[in-house]
Design a protein around this ligand. Structure first.
Ligand SMILES: Nc1nc2c(ncn2[C@@H]2O[C@H](COP(=O)(O)OP(=O)(O)OP(=O)(O)O)[C@@H](O)[C@H]2O)c(=O)[nH]1
Ligand SMILES: [Mg+2]
Length: 376
């Protein structure tokens, strides 16, 4: 896990926001996640973001070498961004790309679960009496990588984006923008937005209005680029006008990461690191986390009510059973008593019969005794 420090300013201290003061005091935790089909350039994007935003850390080399490898597990990369008195602890979550079929649930469900688990873990900690130093890995923004097919969103994208949109600030991005012509890219963006609207997929939207006109204009310009097209690369290329920048070299020329005519990487980075970071953090807390908490509370309340009903039913059943057993026992006892009484009566009868027989026998004997001398 790398922990790079930034030397270059990132502009976050200039946030024109009341909340800035609060966050500036204690610093902010910002967690960004990338997800999407395999091989779309998620890991490359993270590396590009670090290379272009943060002074590359010494121990970061290992990651760059890994960029062409498949990501096989959820990986968290940590960095610290500092500017003047402002401090941001940045965590980027790289996820394994999933296959391109909807029924491939095993590969993308863990990503959804990861987001829920972070909310759950935070909620548990909040419920503890000791609440200092909460570990907070709630995802503030999830970039969903879309394959640059030029057609439309696939059923797989729709299914996953729907689930993500209700849990997290979802921002769709078009991967590998250098593989499409600007005209096709424009059409593709429009189609994606149409599907998002038609399918009711909830994507991140931000308050565009601000106190000053320039900020409002800037926010509108950034947000209107959604879904952001991106080019990822940590390689240096030489532009036609001779300066060195990050990009991808082709026989026909270069695709530049930070050129706004080539892709929206710069706008997206500005949104994430500078203009909308606090809004992403606050909307996560105030909307997505609250949503999760309320749903869980509701579910738990229903659960508790069910348990209460079960307990009541169990108690009633137990009472009924005990009563039944008591009645049976009474019935058995009175039957037993009757039986004993009957036995005693029979015994008495038997004794009476015995005495009667004995008396008869004695009488017989006496009779026999009286008779015999006369015979002699
Ligand atoms: N043309 C083009 N290729 C790219 C871009 N970004 C990444 N690639 C290439 O795409 C391949 C896959 O990139 P990765 O960053 O490993 O993709 P990934 O989404 O992390 O893949 P998984 O970890 O398997 O999900 C590599 O060969 C990259 O060089 C891009 O913007 N344009
Ligand atoms: Mg990867």
């Amino acid at each position: 896990m790398a922990t790079p420090q930034v030397g270059a300013g990132i502009g976050i201290a200039n946030l024109p926001n009341q909340r800035h003061k609060i966050v500036a005091k204690r610093g902010a935790n910002f967690t960004l996640m990338v997800c999407g089909e395999s091989g779309l350039g998620k890991t490359t994007f993270i590396n590009t973001l670090f290379t272009t935003t943060i002074k590359p850390p010494k121990n970061h080399k290992r990651r760059f070498n890994k960029s062409s490898e498949k990501t096989v597990e959820i990986e968290i990369i940590r960095a610290e961004l500092e500017e003047k008195q402002f401090n941001v602890k940045l965590s980027v979550i790289d996820t394994p790309g999933f296959g391109d079929y909807t029924n491939n649930r095993d590969s993308w469900m863990p990503i959804i679960d990861f987001i829920d688990d972070q909310h759950e873990s935070y909620m548990r900690q909040e419920q503890q009496p000791k609440r200092q130093d909460l570990i907070d890995m709630r995802v503030h923004c999830c970039l969903y990588f879309i394959r640059p097919t030029g057609h439309t969103l696939k059923p797989l994208d729709i299914e996953i984006m729907k689930r993500l949109g209700t849990r997290v600030n979802l921002i769709p991005v078009i991967a590998k923008a250098d593989t499409m012509t600007p005209t096709d890219l424009h059409k593709f963006k429009r189609r994606i937005l149409e599907v998002i609207a038609a399918q009711d997929i909830r994507c991140y939207s931000s308050p565009l209005e601000s106190d000053d006109e320039a900020t409002t204009q800037r926010n509108m310009s950034i947000m209107s680029a959604m879904p952001f097209s991106i080019i990822g690369s940590t390689e240096d290329v030489i532009t036609p006008d001779g300066h060195t920048t990050k990009g991808r070299q082709y026989s026909w020329g270069v695709a530049e990461v930070e050129n706004e005519d080539h892709c929206d990487f710069k706008k997206l980075r500005q949104l994430l690191i500078r203009t909308h970071m606090l809004d992403l953090i606050h909307s996560t807390e105030e909307f997505h986390y609250e949503n999760y908490r309320n749903t869980q509370m509701e579910t738990r309340k229903i659960g508790e009510a069910r348990v209460k009903t079960w307990k009541e039913e169990e108690e009633a059943l137990r009472k009924r059973f005990t009563e039944q057993v008591r009645l049976e026992e009474n019935r058995f006892r009175s039957w037993e008593q009757q039986l004993i009484a009957e036995r005693d009566r029979l015994n008495k009868d038997l004794e009476a019969e015995h005495s009667h027989i004995k008396a008869l026998e004695a009488e017989l004997e006496a009779l026999q005794a009286g008779l015999s001398p006369r015979r002699r």
